[in-house]
Design a protein around this ligand. Structure first.
Ligand code: FES
Ligand SMILES: [Fe+2]
Length: 439
């Protein structure tokens, strides 16, 4: 009986198996969808306008966790700093100034991880502790090394004093500047602050997404503009309906429509302003606002709410709402909520150099969401980013702007700029000093 049924339906069974297999392969293909744009050096001759400092104070994402194994050492020269990053045998990530206090070798190029938390210079073997930055006698004892420091009287003019060009300027212990690093959500972040008083006194932490969602992939793009252009775009309500309406480049019959709000988290009416007309979104939004905003970090957060609609042949459908947190100058977390899914985007912007910014989006989705759906969402995000990039790569930084104060959009932009400018405190002085060191 079964045999007869099998023979009668043989073709159907084969077709079903083949299609299931193809579907499965297609499904798996987008499991970790990664979009990587080629980095191109910025054109130095392009006009850029009068800009604020280039590396505002904040948390910066330097690399992903899977790019740094135990005992691995890397050098980064992002954000105007030179930093060695390494993972000790205790699995912890450490970040120190890259240049050895002995004779200036780069610890990030050939340095060796020693014991739990130390790194050894590749030139003469001096050892530095990642926990403190101290130069130590050995990675076991961690006793501080005693050194004498010498300096030129005048390095440029070769000036002699008492028959010597050099003089002893210090005796005692030395250390390399230690940067605070955090490993969260599969990424490694480092605190860069130009001000001495905030080196160890960090005013807010990056978010621990602690997500129940699956990591689904990442997009990496490079933009040639001032860092502020990118987060400012997230607060620029008006440009969404102007620049971001196309879902596909080949047709205008399917279009996006947006409704956006942007508000500083420290404002008292935040919850009122963010109230959503759909109860299930309201509940979700209130929950995440409460989870991530607290008394100590609210000053450093700008909250965004974005309703997304799709218009097909004139009919409008609600797609999702996104609640976004701009945390400090270089991190954005976007929580998308619809009846069908939850998706989180973690965006980070990292200035590799002035006017050369790496923008990354990592996407996390419900485990039941098909891989190609999350891949398509990341792809759509990249499409929207590419529309912005055409503007950013060619614009000047507007230091003097003409606003239309009859519109909420422009009023919001002024208030947003006032908020973001706080991240530049102390940076100009620091950047000038860095440039003086570069001669
Ligand atoms: S330069 Fe680092 S030990 Fe000599
Ligand atoms: Fe945009």
């Amino acid at each position: 009986m079964v045999y007869v049924w099998f023979c009668d339906n043989f073709q159907l069974i084969i077709i079903t198996i083949v299609f299931s297999l193809l579907y499965y392969l297609y499904y798996k293909k987008y499991r970790f969808y990664v979009f990587r744009q080629k980095d191109e050096a910025p054109n130095p001759n392009k006009p850029r306008g009068k800009c604020p400092p280039f590396y505002p104070n904040g948390w910066y994402r330097l690399l992903n966790s899977d790019q740094l194994n135990i005992n691995e050492v890397k050098h980064f020269d992002y954000c105007g700093r030179n930093v060695v990053i390494f993972r000790g045998t205790n699995s912890k990530v450490y970040a120190l100034d890259a240049f050895c206090s002995h004779m200036g070798a780069n610890l990030g190029k050939g340095g060796i991880v020693k014991n739990k938390s130390c790194i050894q210079c590749p030139f003469h073997g001096w050892v530095f502790d990642g926990e403190t930055g101290n130069c130590v006698v050995s990675s076991e004892s961690l006793a501080k090394k005693q050194v004498d420091q010498f300096e030129y009287h005048d390095i440029k003019e070769a000036t002699k004093v008492d028959g010597n060009y050099l003089y002893k300027c210090y005796s005692g212990n030395v250390n390399l500047k230690k940067y605070h690093a955090r490993e969260l959500n599969g990424t490694i972040l480092v605190w860069f602050d130009s001000r001495e008083e905030f080196q160890d006194n960090i005013p807010y932490e990056p978010f621990d997404l602690n997500v129940k969602l699956d990591y689904r992939g990442e997009s990496i793009n490079y933009v040639n503009c001032h860092i502020q252009e990118i987060p400012e775009n997230g607060a620029d309500i008006r440009h969404f309906d102007f620049l971001h309406t196309r879902l596909f480049t080949f047709t205008s019959l399917i279009q996006f429509e947006w409704k956006m709000l942007s508000h500083r988290a420290a404002e008292e009416d935040l919850y009122e302003v963010m109230k959503h007309k759909h109860e299930f979104i309201n509940e979700f939004k209130t929950k995440i606002l409460k989870t991530f905003i607290n008394e100590s970090n609210k000053k450093y957060i700008n909250v965004i709410s974005l309703d997304s609609y799709v218009k097909i042949f004139g009919w409008k459908f609600f797609l999702f709402n996104a609640t976004g947190f701009q945390l400090g100058p270089a991190l954005v977390y976007l929580f998308l909520k619809s009846k069908l899914f939850e998706v989180t985007f973690a965006q980070s912007i990292t200035p590799l150099k002035k006017f050369n910014i790496r923008v990354s989006h990592r996407i996390y989705a419900n485990s039941y969401l098909p891989y190609f759906v999350s891949a398509f969402m990341l792809f759509s995000e990249v499409q929207q980013l590419i529309s912005d990039m055409l503007i950013w790569n060619n614009k000047i930084f507007g230091s003097k702007l003409s606003y239309n104060l009859k519109t909420e959009a422009d009023k919001n932009l002024i208030s947003w700029r006032n908020w973001y400018a706080g991240f530049y405190e102390g940076c100009n002085e620091f950047e000038k000093k860095q440039e003086a060191l570069d001669w």
